[in-house]
Design a protein around this ligand. Structure first.
Ligand code: FAD
Length: 418
């Protein structure tokens, strides 16, 4: 078949779409702005490449929150089990870590990506690197559907050889979100998709850290210190874990897990107050009893360490947020250890976040992930308006939506591109 398909964005979503379309016997061209493909995927590999999760399907789909309804059908066709099979098909085994998270053996993305690109290349997929898509041409002047010329989409690319205009029968957009822009996904596509008639929710940081107004002393003393074993409570969220104090505020897995709720609260009311239990294994009564022991000539800090074992950065946190007076009253200090209130004032910038929330809304797409305003143009991956916590849920939904967009594009070519 001499029809052409342009997949723009060579991350997990785009490459999966390309693989599915190519398997249907259609020529696929993959375009990416970067000098190499899958850079964010490789970065995910630096922290172990948590590709998916082994929990029950019901639990798994619940991680997509208010977008569960839209993500669940995608996962039914290509979910955690299919993803693991797919990894095995590339010659890599997977294993389940203690937390139920799934990783490829070796915990690296590079061997997987290498094997995948080799297989795509062998199947005839053509890669065009250093091709930065700049939108659909003529759109601004001529209105929404001017870009669909005689049933073909006219695409504009900035390349080392200059501007190129390329026609394609079918387009899959898989441009990623807006975090870690140095890896390629910079969110520059947002206005172009809006011009194309799509509704796009503003990109927001997801799985992100937050700013805290530390005192200069605390900031200088504890930048980079981990808080091990604390329980974070925020609204209905309550989870034990770890996080890191940074110069600007807080980051790390426990903070990321609550970050969507915290971010939304800050957007709504200007700040969010989290509550920390700094001594999860001890009861309030135990702490009161120990802290009530005679202090004698010991400093308050030394009393805290000797009686309840709290020192270092945890003691520093208490110093930051507990008044001098309350520090000397056993009941109040014990209460603060169990319920330390920390005001978070802003999410860290989108570029620092692990992932993005916001993107092309599902209302702008039909059930085949095709833009309602641009027949023949499909969207997949993190550029869609969903978010999920870390734990393999991000990559799984990117692969699943790439798989769905690839299948939809194949079906669309069969019935519309005679
Ligand atoms: C540090 C870090 C660790 C992570 N770890 C994990 C993890 O362990 N598990 C997990 O599930 N998820 C993880 N993620 C998230 C996961 O990597 C992303 O959700 C996933 O890569 C998104 O896939 P995608 O294909 O939608 O977009 P991307 O991987 O971002 O790919 C988009 C591609 O589009 C290209 N592009 C963008 N704009 C243009 C344009 N205008 N023209 C041409 N090309 C363009 C980019 O160069 C890029 O190659 C991590 C992310 C980060 C930053």
């Amino acid at each position: 078949m001499d029809k052409t398909v342009a997949v723009i964005g060579g991350g997990p979503a785009g490459l999966m779409a390309a693989e599915v379309i190519s398997a249907g016997g259609v020529k696929v061209d993959v375009y990416d702005s970067m000098p190499s493909l899958g850079r964010k995927f490789l970065m995910a590999g630096k922290s172990g490449l948590n590709i998916t999760h082994s929990e029950s399907f019901e639990q798994f789909v619940s991680r997509y929150g208010k977008r569960r309804e839209q993500i669940e059908p995608l996962l039914k066709n290509f979910g955690p089990d299919e993803l693991r099979q797919w990894v095995h098909g590339l010659g890599m085994e997977t294993f389940v870590g203690t937390s139920g998270r799934v990783f490829p053996v070796g915990m690296k993305a590079s061997p997987l990506l290498r094997a995948w690109l080799k297989r795509l290349d062998a199947s005839g997929v053509i890669f065009h690197l250093r091709h930065k898509w700049r939108g659909f041409i003529n759109l601004a002047q001529d209105g929404v559907l001017a870009a669909v010329l005689g049933g073909k989409s006219m695409l504009e690319f900035e390349t080392p050889e200059g501007i190129k205009h390329i026609k394609a029968d079918v387009v899959v957009l898989s441009l990623g979100g807006g975090s870690w822009s140095r890896l390629g996904s910079d969110g520059a596509w947002v206005p172009w998709l809006k011009q194309a008639g799509a509704e796009v929710e503003a990109l927001k940081p997801s799985n992100c850290g937050f700013d805290v107004e530390w005192s200069p002393h605390f900031r200088d003393r504890f930048d980079g210190y981990p808080i091990k074993s604390a329980i974070l409570s925020f609204g209905s969220f309550r989870q034990q874990g770890e996080f890191i104090v940074t110069r600007e505020g807080v980051e790390g897995s426990l903070i990321y897990a609550a970050s969507a709720m915290i971010r939304d609260e800050i957007y709504a009311s200007g700040k969010a107050i989290i509550s920390l239990d700094l001594s999860p294994d001890r009861s309030l009564e135990w702490l009161v009893e120990k802290l009530s022991k005679l202090r004698g000539s010991r400093t308050v800090a030394s009393h805290l360490e000797k009686t309840v074992g709290i020192k270092g950065v945890k003691a520093g946190l208490l110093r930051e947020f507990v008044s001098k007076e309350n520090f000397t009253i056993a009941e109040r200090l014990a209460y603060s250890i169990k319920h330390l209130q920390i005001p978070l004032i802003a999410p860290r910038p989108l570029d620092e976040a692990i992932s993005s929330a916001g993107g092309v809304t599902f209302e702008s797409l039909d059930e085949h992930l095709m833009l309602r305003t641009m027949p023949g143009v499909f969207c997949a991956g993190e550029m869609l308006d969903w978010e999920a916590p870390t734990g393999g849920y991000l990559l799984t939904a990117c692969f699943a939506s790439g798989y769905a967009a690839g299948n939809s594009a194949t079906t669309w070519i069969d019935s519309n591109c005679k």
